[in-house]
Design a binder for this molecule. Structure first.
Ligand SMILES: [Zn+2]
Length: 490
């Protein structure tokens, strides 16, 4: 037995993303996969003779927009091809896809792994229709639901540029963020809106030679976690097989399709990989080729928004947010838009960021809505951050104000006055509260002065008493300073 000395995983992916359209790719049937079985079908999506498909323009434009965001060149001329295969969930025996002229090609996509930038090349992205669903949950028979037949999919094919399961995981998550940010897909994993097929092999360096194992394509994974697990499993499996048998290399052993068994945590052999010619691709005679004018391309390009990865980086570098806070805010585009507006309206970035994550997002999560649905406008969020930064209100009062802002539409400065939350910067008044607290709490004062074990707790207690006497309005910084001074005095 040989033992692999150095192993380098080589990973690429094919991803199917369900585009968000009202109707299917070539007919007027509604996209509603959870409707009663076979209730969203017509002669076109079933391929009945004599019916003619018509392309869905929204699907094409969404696909082109996603292609642009992936850094791809968009083809000005493209066409539709039939990919022939027989399967019960595809009653017309061919799938309409794009073969030799994909809508988009030659892109690069950036993402981050634990704050380090990564890049992956996008080979192509094309449009195709989905097949139906075979349902195996009735003993003794298989049922077919064709509601999904003809749903528009964007198939994205990457180059094998990824080198670990963790990098692949991060890429998949970032891709979900992108299509959601663009609004081209809901990208709901539970509903199967994103399906991943990682292709994995390993380069093994041994005794000055490099061996490459055959490529295994793991089919149809609909969870980020399973993508990571399947890839880790494949890397280990392939190295182990090669160690048993050095002929397990590209050219000598064949590439294969495998399936992920989530219960057992293993991939299983399905079949040897077919070559493209097995599908007998040929141009669909029923559909016109697609020509995209400069004008159309321009209007699609105008919908491009800042990509989430760039936006996170900008929030960190320009606004000084932590990567974690930036990630939280950028997760949802309207939320990130609102934050940009808050800053534009003069909200100090650092405090606004903290309040956004610790106060506003928390309220939103408690209510199960987005921050944008709290009924608190950017101007008021900005003003509260400003008041906190300038010391008009302290942190505790700011939280109370935020609570009040949720139910009332007044501006925070008016609310602060009305609720008596304006911070007292008056040193004399604060000193009087300190005196009062010291007089009433002799034991704590003596602990703070002479008992090293209890000192911190005693000071904290005194600070709390002063804040209480002030009705929460004292400036905690000033209070701390005055307590310290007072403790030095006899
Ligand atoms: Zn239809």
């Amino acid at each position: 037995m040989t033992v692999a000395t150095k192993v380098r995983p080589i990973i690429g992916l094919e991803i199917h993303v369900q585009l968000r359209t009202r109707t299917k790719l070539f007919c007027g049937c509604e996209v509603q996969t959870d409707a009663p079985p076979n209730s969203r079908v017509c002669g076109i999506c079933l391929g009945h003779p004599g019916t003619l498909p018509v392309m869905n323009r929204v699907a094409l434009e969404s696909a082109a927009l996603a292609g642009m965001a992936l850094g791809c060149e968009i083809a000005r001329f493209t066409k539709w091809d039939r990919k022939s295969y027989y399967y019960p969930d595809l009653p017309k025996n061919y799938q309409i896809s794009q073969y030799d002229i994909p809508l988009a090609a030659g892109g690069t996509f950036e993402f981050d792994v634990d704050g380090s930038p990564r890049e992956i090349r996008i080979r192509r992205a094309h449009l195709e229709e989905d097949a139906g669903k075979n349902i195996h949950d009735t003993p003794g028979c298989t049922l077919v639901d064709l509601n999904r037949t003809g749903t528009p999919l964007l198939e994205i094919v990457t180059e094998p540029d990824l080198a670990s399961a963790d990098d692949t995981y991060a890429f998949c998550v970032e891709l979900q963020r992108l299509v959601r940010h663009l609004g081209v897909s809901e990208a709901d994993m539970q509903k199967g809106h994103m399906r991943f097929e990682p292709n994995v092999n390993v380069a093994i360096e041994h005794n000055g030679r490099e061996y490459r194992t055959p490529i295994a394509e793991v089919k149809n994974i609909n969870s980020f976690k399973f993508v990571r697990q399947a890839i880790s499993y494949e890397i280990e499996r392939q190295v182990a097989v090669w160690e048993e048998n050095n002929d397990y290399v590209i050219g000598k052993a064949s590439n294969e399709n495998r399936g992920w068994d989530a219960d057992r945590g293993v991939t299983e052999f399905q079949r040897g990989k077919e070559a493209a010619h097995d599908y007998r691709y040929f141009p669909d005679p029923d559909l016109l080729p697609v020509q995209l004018s400069d004008e159309t391309l321009g209007s699609i390009r105008a919908q491009l928004v800042e990509r989430p990865v760039q936006r996170r980086r900008r929030f960190a570098s320009e606004y000084g947010l932590s990567m974690k806070d930036a990630e939280t805010i950028v997760e949802h585009r309207p939320t990130a838009d609102l934050f940009d507006e808050v800053i534009k309206l003069g909200g100090p970035a650092e405090i606004a960021g903290k309040q956004f994550v610790n106060v506003w997002l928390k309220h939103a999560n408690d209510r199960g809505v987005a921050v944008t649905e709290l009924g608190v406008e950017a101007a008021r969020i900005a003003e509260l951050a400003k008041m906190t930064a300038e010391g008009t209100v302290n942190k505790t009062a700011a939280n109370q104000l935020a609570d009040a802002m949720l139910t009332r539409s007044n501006c925070p400065s008016a609310l602060a006055k009305e609720l008596g939350l304006v911070q007292v910067q008056d040193a004399d008044a604060t000193a009087r509260w300190v005196d009062e607290a010291f007089a009433a709490n002799q034991q704590a004062v003596s602990d703070a002065r002479t008992n090293p074990k209890k000192m911190q707790a005693a000071i904290g207690f005194l600070r709390g008493q002063v804040m209480k006497l002030s009705g929460g309005k004292a400036d905690p910084k000033l209070v701390g300073k005055l307590i310290e001074e007072r403790l030095q005095q006899p």
